[in-house]
Ligand binder design. Structure first.
Ligand code: CU
Length: 488
């Protein structure tokens, strides 16, 4: 070995040793916490747990001592709306999907009262991933309609845990909405933040396709094939958009408790326009920083935290994009406050760039037979209702629930001079799409709208809704008018 090689070798050895020392330091920080001693934390008082409906969470535990915590949770089978005009019978913990949020701390003794409402049709139970014990409580909590089961457990491990029904067929009970989150805070509580919200993804399998009206039954074969019609946050399409959007102010730190009920899909959870400053990976102790998209397994969770630096609408998605824009996996956080040009300037220049071959893409028609079986609107009121449903399913992501559009990106439909000037042009844009610069209410827009694969009936409904909303000119569009534009 010549001297030079020897020197390199020694340097590498030293570097290697220091790396090992550094790594073991890190590992010690994160993996030595076993919480074995939590079993001996005394509880000498009793309190009833505060339970909340999503997207809200109970008060942080802070510095409170461990207690006997009574959790009262009622199972309800109830009808709800998946998206406009689509009904579904949800099975719920506490009347909502996801179920009520439970907040506890290490050392608490949980006395769990699970009630199955007498109007329900089926037995259910609960498996809490925060339990150290057989079935996570499932066997002890199996309860028939009109009955109540009580079991208790000591809370040993901190973290954000999923709970779900585990009654056979388990996949079906979960697919009908039977899941929620239980947060176990460490001794002393989580660090305080300005806002906390509860968001949980889940997918639904219906006999009809996306948006097919009426009562939709669960489809076992689609569930086995893992091919859902809906992938949503908080139980239905639009649960957290428009008036239901979450809110924050510039400069605040937002903490999202995010779960994935599944039953089958993994979520690529992302917030458009934000970076997670901190992620509690899989809801446990491991902290990651500066994360764009975090994976949330079926029946797993993550706690994500970020400071909002600029005002605007921030869109939560499963970044498997067709789930977000075609199956409903989209939620919204609206941030108000002063702009900060140091962080984000907005648009500085808008030039024209039209390479060869740029064409408008059309939305593929998913189901041709749908047009034949279509339910036709029989009155103006029905046209408005069907039109609104179609709008909320198809147009809302860009043009927004109140027709305001998104400044600098998508033009407004509310009090729109461009829209009100020419009905045939509006029909043509819905049928064939639109690209290139247009001026709406004095502002220039240069975005792309794709052609929409809608029937004449659907186009007439949605445009009638748009023309009769938000201060527009109150025109009624008929299927015949749409057909005339289609055929010209
Ligand atoms: Cu169940």
């Amino acid at each position: 070995m010549n001297l030079r090689i020897k020197k390199n070798f020694v340097t590498k050895m030293l570097l290697g040793l220091s790396t090992i020392a550094f790594l073991s330091g890190c590992v010690n920080d994160q993996s030595d916490k076993t919480y074995d001693d939590a079993v001996d934390i005394p509880t000498n008082q009793e309190m009833v747990a505060e339970l909340t409906s999503p997207p809200f969470v109970p008060t942080p535990v802070g510095k409170r001592m461990a207690k006997k915590l009574i959790v009262d949770l009622e199972i309800q089978e109830r009808e709800g709306e998946m998206v406009g005009g689509v009904k579904y019978v949800y099975w719920t913990f506490g009347g909502t999907v996801p179920g009520s949020f439970i907040r506890t701390r290490v050392g608490d003794e949980l006395e769990f009262h699970l009630k199955n409402h007498p109007d329900n049709k089926l037995p259910h139970n609960i498996d809490l991933h925060a339990v150290n014990g057989p079935g996570g409580g499932a066997e002890s909590s199996f309860v028939a309609p009109g009955h109540e089961k009580v079991f208790s457990f000591k809370v040993l491990n901190p973290g954000l845990y999923v709970y779900h029904c585990a009654t056979a067929p388990v996949g079906m009970h979960i697919a009908n909405g039977m899941y929620g989150l239980i947060l176990v805070e460490p001794e002393g509580g989580l660090e305080p933040v300005d806002r906390e919200y509860y968001v949980m993804q889940g997918e639904f399998y219906t006999e009809g396709g996306y948006g097919d009206r009426g009562m939709q039954a669960f489809d076992m074969q689609k569930a086995i094939n893992e091919n859902p019609d809906y992938v949503v946050f908080n139980g239905h399409v639009g649960a957290l958009t428009g008036d239901n959007a979450m809110t924050a102010k510039v400069g605040e730190t937002v903490r999202l408790f995010v779960g994935n009920g599944g039953p089958s899909l993994i979520s690529s959870f992302h917030v458009i326009g934000e970076i997670f400053d901190k992620v509690h990976v899989e809801g446990g102790d491991l902290l990651n920083h500066n994360v764009q998209t975090t994976l949330i397994p079926a029946s797993g969770s993550a706690i994500v935290e970020f400071k909002v630096d600029t005002p605007g609408s921030f869109i939560l998605v499963d970044h498997s994009m067709f789930r977000a824009f075609n199956k409903g996996a989209l939620a919204m956080l609206n941030v108000e406050g002063e702009e900060n040009k140091k962080v984000f300037t907005g648009e500085i220049h808008d030039g024209i760039y039209l390479p060869e071959g740029s064409v408008i893409q059309s939305m593929p028609s998913l189901d041709r037979k749908k047009a034949k079986e279509e339910v036709k609107a029989l009155s103006f009121e029905e046209k408005m209702k069907f039109g609104k449903d179609k709008y909320m399913a198809t147009c809302v992501a860009c043009h927004q629930g109140n027709g305001q559009g998104i400044a600098g990106a998508f033009p407004p439909l509310a009090k729109s001079d461009y829209l009100n000037a020419d009905v045939d042009r509006a029909i043509d844009i819905v049928l064939h799409g639109k690209t290139g610069e247009i001026t709406v209410n004095g502002e220039k827009y240069n975005s792309v709208m794709t052609a929409q694969a809608l029937s004449d009936e659907e186009v007439s409904n949605v445009l009638t809704y748009v023309y009769n909303s938000w201060g527009n000119s109150k025109k009624e569009v008929t299927p015949q008018m749409v057909e005339a534009v289609r055929n010209r």
